[in-house]
Design a protein. Sequence first.
Length: 464
Amino acid sequence: MDSLVIEGCAVATIDGTAAGVITGAGTGAEYESGHLVLAGGRIAAVGPGPAPAVPEARVIDASGCLATPGLIGTHHHLFQGLTRGLAQDSGLVPWLTTLYPLWARLDAGLHGAAARAGLATLALSGCSATADHHYLFPRGGDDLLAAGIGAAGQIGLRLHACRGSLDLGESAGGLPPDSVVGDRDQILAATEQAIDRYHDSSPAAMVRVAVAPSTPFAVTEQLMRESADLARRKGVRLHTHLAETPDDRDLCRERFGRTPAEYLESLGWLGDDVWVAHGVHLDLPDIIKLGRAGTGVAHCPASNARLGAGIAPVPEFIAAGVPVGLGVDGAAANDHGGLAAEMRQSLLAARARRGASALTARQALAVATMGSARCLGRQDEIGSLEVGKQADVALWRVDDLGHAATADPVWALVCGPPARLELLTVAGRTVVAHGELRTADPAALTSDLRAAARALAGRHRVNR
């Protein structure tokens, strides 16, 4: 693989300890004018001033730009890109009951179109790796996990494929149609098969698999327990939704006589190999419990706002030592689909809730990079610009009309207008250059997504 030299740009490394860059105990080295050298899929050099001479390297003059680690998403539902703009004024439960009947008609072709478009949107927003929580598997249907993994290979992003599950359908008092609910033994067997087929534990892995029942309230206690046992036997991570709405918190107390974190603990689901989505309605004792266990939280501020779920207590998470990462959530609950915008949203939401010092721009960037890497268990591989780490780099233009008068490039990126992405590399390979996707044709992706959304809506009308 050819060497690449990037020089003349501001550099925000987000190096140091995974916790320190977020808490503010160590914000990571920054260079007003610095360089990066990428070689063999890894970062070979990073520092101030011009780069050292590298024979036969391609050199980029990155004046006017800011280099950061590639952003990392910790929670997404790529299939939901097929159902944007629906149930516009609904909270979580009516939103789900509106959309579940459409999602029940999903197949691999439709999911592939949604996943390619969603991953391309992430790439264009500076995201180099993402977790996709896919919990919907219509009975007798295609291998939808394979469709998402194939899409990530086409677009060129790292994917944590979270093999989800549902085993409480409408007939058992759950929300999902029975047609998308699985048998526990079948779910566990399919999940283990997915791990054996797709999971790569190497530092350079492009695909990893996590075990991810949808939510403790949409699956049985036995499936939650056996999923945890399976994940630990196979050496993979665990993921689920938790305390997204007040109803989740209250239901947990009423049904199980425990707080959400206490219930997770009773199921064997607290640990540093677990991260949960949302955590909006966790009380302080639960937050402390997660922090002591090292259990992470995927913060999805735009989705939480769109569905009226509330504002996650991110400053409290950080103070308690909870690993906090950033997520988009499904495009049907976000409607934007890009990850960079979530940094700004996270900062504004925290400050709206707790005041102007609640979250800094550097903390927001660190949550989107090193904090997310920590949630995924990859803080030693990605999430910062350090020698030996994977060459996942985002280069942002911060000298244009919307940013030119801002002296601090990190503030310009996080809080200014959307910054043009000049370059995104994943393992040193170019995915985006000069604001354009280089691994697929955006026009074709758009056409495929539009056709897939029409097809899904048509199937729903025919089968009503």
